[in-house]
Design a protein around this ligand. Structure first.
Ligand SMILES: [Zn+2]
Length: 328
């Protein structure tokens, strides 16, 4: 299928300091892997998000704080630092998400992958956190609701870390469903099964906390059942993948055992269902800190999507832990 690949050089230049795992080599490794083998991508250079869209998910205090770091070295917390390019990079990252939403809604049957950084899913409405300044996937979802007239957007986040920011932003809202598979207990400490939303958001927040060491079988099972069931019931008009690849077995920041083929199979289960139901979907990069695992996983995924060579994924019997989890 037609696949837009949206990025910006400034996203490579953002640095949170020497030796930081979330560094520009991550994007460079992805670009290099894609250049090695010709994958038919429609490449786009991201534009900065309009600052008018930031209040859709962030407080004015948060926006002021982030924009005040423009062009400067700032230390927001122990692991969230900026250099002179970081705020621009965050604005391009959020802009890529908005553009991706525009593209897939304009052109049914197309999709988009936003190869951007810094990541976004730990950024809360009023808090910079966990390498994240602006919550790009949340901005894209809120933009689709407010400016594209959608009523239901699903964000699926299989990053190894729970997306506390995305959950917090939409916890009280019924128009954006947040579903996460993550290692637990693990950073940032949120993401319990019992956290299911409040007010209009009740039942529109689903967490699948997994113990350290779970792998392909568990992720594919949850895609086949939990996530596809959410799609069947909630009937989203758009799916945003908060695409972290740090649940990979080689990742230094996670303890999971997912393989490149496992990510591809998990996403393929969901994508095939979405395609059958004509639900557009977009990928926005979150974590993934093994350069090899990150670039290989994305290479395989994009090759699969562009050639529509979906892997045969057999039905998985619920692994023991997931059986317990789903019957809590
Ligand atoms: Zn992560």
């Amino acid at each position: 299928m037609k696949t837009y690949f949206i990025t910006h050089d400034t996203c490579v230049k953002h640095s949170a300091g020497a030796g930081h795992p979330e560094n520009g080599q991550r994007l460079q490794a992805i670009f290099d892997a894609l250049a090695e083998k010709n994958i038919a991508l429609e490449k786009r250079i991201a534009e900065k998000v309009s600052v008018d869209y930031l209040p859709l998910v962030h407080t004015s205090a948060h926006i002021e704080k982030v924009l005040a770091a423009h062009g400067k070295k700032t230390m927001f917390d122990a692991d969230t630092h900026t250099n002179e390019h970081s705020v621009d990079a965050a604005l391009y990252a959020a802009g890529a998400g908005v553009e991706a939403v525009d593209l897939v809604l304009q052109e049914p049957g197309s999709t988009a992958f936003c190869a951007v950084r810094p990541p976004g899913h730990h950024a809360e409405s009023n808090r910079v956190m966990g390498f994240c300044l602006l919550n790009s996937v949340a901005i894209a979802a809120a933009y689709a609701i407010k400016y594209k007239g959608l009523q239901r957007v699903l964000i699926f986040d299989p990053d190894v870390h729970h997306g506390n920011g995305t959950q917090e932003i939409f916890y009280h809202r019924g128009d954006v469903f947040y579903a996460s598979i993550h290692q637990f207990p693990h950073y940032p400490g949120t993401g319990r099964y019992e956290e299911k939303g409040v007010g209009d958001g009740v039942g529109k927040n689903a967490n699948y906390p997994l113990r350290c060491g779970e792998g392909d079988e568990t992720y594919i099972y949850l895609a086949q059942h939990a996530i596809v069931d959410i799609i069947k019931e909630y009937k989203p008009q758009l799916i945003l993948f908060s695409a972290g690849f740090d649940a990979h077995e080689l990742d230094p920041l996670g303890g999971m055992q997912v393989t490149c083929q496992g990510f591809c199979a998990m996403y393929s289960v969901i994508m095939r269902h979405a395609l059958a139901e004509k639900i557009p979907f977009v990928y926005t990069l979150e974590g993934g800190y093994s350069l090899n695992a990150l670039s290989s996983s994305i290479h395989l995924l994009l090759e699969t999507i562009t050639t529509e060579s979906w892997p045969q994924v057999s039905r998985v019997i619920p692994p023991e832990y997931v059986k317990k989890l789903l019957h809590q």
